[in-house]
Design a binder for this molecule. Sequence first.
Ligand code: SF4
Length: 484
Amino acid sequence: MSDYHKNEFIGFGTCAPPNVIPDWLYRWLFFPPIKTDKGVPIAAPYGLRKIEAQLLSEGFNVLTVDPDHLKKYIGKADVLGIHVMDPFGLGPASSTFASVLKKEPFLAQHFRAVLGRPDVREAKKRGLKIIVGGPGVWQFHYRPEFVKGYGIDCIIEGEAEKVIGKVFNSALNGDALPQYYQTSVKEVPSIEEIPDIARPSVNGLIELGRGCCRGCEFCSVTLRPLRWYPYEKIMREIDVNKAGNMNGACLHAEDVMLYGSKNMIPSDEKLVRLHELVVKRCEGICWSHCSLAPIASKPKLFSKIAEMILQKQPWWGVEVGIETGSPELAKKIMPAKTYPFKPEEWPEVIRTSMGLMHDNQLVPACTLIVGVPEETEDDVIKTIELMDDLRNIRSLIVPLFFVPMGRLKDEEWFKETMMTELHKELLIKCLEHDFYWVENLIGLSFAKKWYAGIMRPFYKLFVRIVMQKARKAETSQIQTVSEK
Ligand code: SF4
């Protein structure tokens, strides 16, 4: 439970394992504890706030508490609800870090620590029910012993607004709970059935909508229907955050550029109106995700939005899935991600959009997917070549090992032992790119903060360690090959 120095993207640091930076210092650098009032956090993850709002609307007595302060409250609780993003560090970013640094990521250690707390164990003995939800619950399918060992009573997978009250009621009445509850299509809430958050979210994050219609094979989001919130709902949630002194807004959607659109072409009217309203109301803006094709397809619209945002701030950030530099692979695993362009045009779409982002002060944290089952050597070579083209674009580019999700959920995990020389070359290229830009990005992220100068060497040290480890892995692989 952290606000990552008020920068969502620094939160990626939780995906790394312990390293040469002492743990206490690493925590302060990447995930310092959030401020609380007697253990009640000033802000909480948005998804948790939605569940809290739903339970409050159904009359439950609910309190969101910082895990570090559970002891004060757990004695009176009948049910403990936990929100997880990446409980075992199996998500793409953490499993990639874990493979390179060969240790369990921080977020997995911290999750286990919450359930292992003596006060939680004590409460469990007297009958506390534990219910877990959040985007990372798919990982429990790989850890059945953990579920048993720590006495987790119910794991809810999917959007839970329509079912959470029923499950909590059963828990309070002592009825049997299903170990896994996968919400059905019928239980997916409509926009009207999704409550507004009642208390502030971390870094003012608010949803613009849910779902995505691009249908990438490796993604689980795509299995959910697309719904956009109306302006009024978004403004009401911004006001909730502002009442709690969260004066900025992190606009969250799978593709912010498509806000209000019924297809994959941006709606000029909706996107401009949204930003007019948000810019007027908020002190700062960031986007959670956007895709590249809408920017390349409507460069004027993108520049207009950028101009509006830059009235308030010198830059803004977003997460972007590049996935591959290979048109052939794009065609196989994400043909609609390139729309309205053809998959054959994907590398050019990437270069154009990334160039526009650079010119308009939007800083992307980009991901590449490594080791997807259909990938060939030629695909990896094309992605390596793309990295050269992106050298001068202010960005972070992170390669993520393939994790079986979405329609590819039955495929094999990509592991470090499966890395070829080409994969390693790509990994090094990405690290070199990030190392080249990291100083600039730290300067942007911590401008005007008194501790910027203190933090900079540690962030650089961290990137250097990952680079050294990756290079070492490369050397040992070469040695092994020559010994053979
Ligand atoms: S990867 Fe992104 S664009 Fe593709 S389906 Fe998932 S959310 Fe949509």
